[in-house]
Design a protein around this ligand. Structure first.
Ligand code: C2E
Ligand code: MG
Ligand code: MG
Ligand code: MG
Length: 297
């Protein structure tokens, strides 16, 4: 790409072949991904990893976010790349069902082991959210694994709700009625107006990582995040900061009365068994630890 850019610049920007080549390549890549993604489930190429979520003081494990991983031809493809492809091709419905099922199965396993306080967060794509019968599907999966609805949390972005006008709000209400927890993901990056926010029957705001990244040094980001934390408090919502990587960032967030934290500072997303081991550290009582250790070994 560097050479193509140089060529385009040398030709005074009139050389369109750079754009043709890269747009063409990007398209070919998406087509290839879509073709492979179609077989991802059948070939058993998908897994869920679990990223711990902790109270802001770091003392309590409150749950985890299930994040999808796809390994194909020996390589991992980032969800940031393949989720949009899945969304565009419609494959996200099948993949989303798989994620929902697997995440609930994992949640049931944690509960069986005695980790009954954990709430497991599951990302829901726009198309999945508006899919006919989505609430019924969620209900069905909860029944299959005998889960209390409050043991899972669905993460939805602002635009997913807003792009659907009344439909989005209705869907939220039905899900809320079912009893699952609802979180707005990547909060601050969408365009939801605050007047809408107060009407959303959601439980949690997840402040996007982009606001957290420089929070230890940027007074602008501090001002934004402090406002978001206060807004959440005033609306009776809980607030979680995404992408916390350092102690100084954590210190600022604790000062702002942020409730919960997710990020590399505490843990990267973990394989299922590593998440279980991680969770043992947060059990107060040694006999509980021992009981779980015996069950997993
Ligand atoms: P997200 O839901 O906002 O998930 C958080 C992302 O931030 C994850 O990236 C996570 O690994 C990353 N992250 C967490 N802590 C840190 C940190 O301290 N530093 C940095 N640099 N990154 C951190 P991941 O797993 O690559 O997922 C990217 C996005 O793909 C997710 O963003 C979500 O929008 C989407 N995605 C992932 N799994 C699923 C899924 O099962 N279904 C759907 N629909 N979307 C998914
Ligand atoms: Mg998320
Ligand atoms: Mg997020
Ligand atoms: Mg994000």
């Amino acid at each position: 790409a560097k050479i193509a850019v140089d060529q385009a610049l040398r030709s005074g920007g009139n050389d369109v072949s750079y754009f043709d080549v890269t747009v063409g390549q990007a398209h070919a890549r998406r087509v290839e991904l879509a073709r492979n993604l179609e077989h991802a489930i059948a070939r058993d190429e998908l897994t869920l990893v679990m990223q711990p979520q902790l109270s802001a003081d770091g003392r309590r494990l409150i749950g985890g976010e299930a994040l999808l991983r796809w390994q194909t031809n020996g390589k991992f493809v980032s969800p940031a790349e393949f989720i949009p492809v899945a969304e565009e091709s419609g494959l996200i419905l099948e993949i989303g069902d798989w994620v929902l099922d697997r995440a609930c199965q994992m949640t049931a396993h944690y509960r069986e082991l005695g980790l009954t306080d954990l709430v497991i967060a599951i990302n829901i794509s726009p198309r999945q959210f508006m899919q006919e019968g989505f609430v019924e599907r969620v209900n069905q999966v909860l029944e299959t694994y005998q889960l209390p609805p409050s043991s899972i949390e669905l993460e939805i972005t602002e635009s997913t709700i807003m792009d659907n006008e009344d439909g989005g709000m209705k869907m939220l209400q039905e899900l809320k009625q079912l009893g699952v927890s609802l979180a707005i993901d990547d909060f601050g990056t969408g365009y939801s107006s605050l007047s809408y926010l107060k009407q959303f029957p959601v439980d949690k705001l997840k402040i996007d990582r982009s606001f957290i990244q420089s929070i230890d040094v940027s007074t602008d980001d501090q001002a934004i995040v402090l406002s978001l934390c206060q807004l959440a408090k005033n609306l009776n919502l809980s607030v979680l900061a995404e992408g916390v990587e350092s102690q100084p960032q954590l210190d600022v967030l604790a000062q702002f009365n942020c409730d919960a934290i997710q990020g590399y500072f505490f843990s990267k997303p973990l394989a299922d068994s590593d998440f279980i081991n991680f969770s043992l550290r947060y059990l107060a009582d040694d006999s509980e630890k021992l009981a779980i250790t015996e069950k997993i070994n």
